[in-house]
Design a protein around this ligand. Structure first.
Ligand SMILES: Cc1ncc(COP(=O)(O)O)c(C=O)c1O
Length: 386
């Protein structure tokens, strides 16, 4: 099913992360679906996920008839609280998703220890953490498989895009067969629209124009005039007939180009995150807190907790400040009908608190020292949360 350009991108990606095999897809969520389907996740199974995630992560679980089981997060890294993990494991647990949130690696030693004792595979969600390391090893190389996203807001973008990596020969063969038998190609119109959007992104999207561009993009997505990251059908747990789609040549070509610049991208993100640490500390605000002896995060965005999130978001849009808001509810985005996803408010109090408080500052390659200074000047006018 993969064309030559996709094969070339898959090989380059696998080589960069040091994995045996890589498989590319139209989106990250499609990559996760492929892993679960190949693993045989089905009716009656349970999959453990953090209660602070994107609903698109939970959809593949529901599409296959399985049930998500939510574990609350720990407040500093927003990752699964390993103290709460074991009690969620039941005889029906088929997999654990270790999501490396904002770029902070999960406590992989604890997760892998629990998982191997219980005989449950770990799937790493590296959509926000390309290049982060835990104990000197890249995230994505601990579990049975990992998946990545290259959607607009991710470590690098191919517009939309997803990748699976694995060293498990049996799983890789099952994914290969699945792709060969069931995967569709994106339509010509979809690919042309995505290519046009990528060109527009390269020309026009800078920190000052982001808020306006995002508003326009959301409007155009509703009118079906652009290829949005999510269609309306994806806010319900029912799979659309054309969901399981391959990566296009346009995306693969862009991915190959971005991989060549990845080391520079990572160095820039690390430098910018340190600058935010310093600028925030100078203002008496808290910088990042994580275990520096085990983790070296490559942050996708820089999270900050404030008391007046909605006000800050409204004012940021007016002031041309690129302020992000993930996750706005335990299963981002807010419109999600939580009950349909087996989530009840109160299940994950830390995740709910983080959803109310966290905004994030940009770190991508188009940011510079001036962006960081403006962002910090702006955000420190609001009320910090301790
Ligand atoms: C943590 C996380 N995992 C997975 C995804 C899904 O990735 P994609 O949009 O490429 O399907 C997202 C959202 O985009 C995400 O934030």
């Amino acid at each position: 099913m993969s064309n030559n350009r996709c094969k070339q991108y898959q090989s380059a990606f696998a080589e960069w992360v040091g994995a045996e095999r890589a498989f590319s897809f139209w989106k990250g969520r499609v990559a996760l679906y492929a892993i679960f389907k190949a693993m045989g996740v089905a009716d009656g199974d349970e999959v453990i996920v953090p209660g602070y995630t994107c609903v698109m992560d939970v959809n593949p679980i529901k599409y296959l008839g399985a049930k998500p089981s939510y574990v609350d997060i720990e407040p500093e890294t927003f990752n699964i609280n390993v103290e709460l993990l074991e009690e969620k494991i039941t005889p029906n647990t088929k997999a654990i998703i270790a999501q490396h949130t904002y770029g902070y690696p999960c406590d992989m030693q604890a997760i892998m220890e629990i998982a191997s004792r219980k005989g449950i595979p770990v799937i790493e969600d590296c959509c926000l953490a390309l290049g982060s390391t835990y104990k000197g090893k890249l995230v994505g190389t601990f579990g049975m498989a990992a998946y990545f996203s290259t959607q607009w807001n991710k470590p690098y973008t191919t517009g939309l895009g997803g990748m699976v990596i694995t060293n498990d020969t049996e799983l890789a063969e099952k994914i290969r067969l699945l792709c060969e038998k069931e995967m569709r190609l994106p339509s010509r119109v979809e690919v042309m629209m995505l290519a046009a959007q990528l060109a527009a992104y390269r020309m026009f999207i800078y920190p000052k124009t982001t808020a306006l561009a995002q508003a326009a993009f959301r409007y155009l997505t509703k009118k079906a005039a652009v290829i949005g990251s999510s269609s309306t059908s994806e806010f319900e747990p029912a799979m659309a007939p054309d969901f399981f789609k391959a990566m296009s040549t346009v995306q693969a070509r862009s991915g190959i180009r971005q991989l060549k610049k990845l080391e520079r991208n990572i160095a820039h993100r690390k430098k910018m995150a340190q600058l935010y640490d310093q600028l925030l500390e100078e203002k008496g605000w808290f910088a990042r807190k994580y275990d520096t002896s085990t983790m070296e995060p490559v942050m996708v965005r820089y999270p900050v907790r404030i008391a007046d999130k909605n006000k800050a978001l409204t004012e940021a849009a007016k002031a041309g400040i690129e302020l992000g808001s993930w996750f706005e509810c335990p299963l981002h985005p807010i419109e999600t009908p939580l009950a349909a996803y087996n989530y009840e408010l109160g299940m994950c109090p830390e995740a709910e608190k983080a959803s109310d408080e966290v905004v994030n500052l940009p770190l991508h390659p188009r940011t510079c020292e001036k962006t960081a200074k403006r962002s910090v000047e702006f955000i420190t006018r609001f009320t910090k949360v301790i």
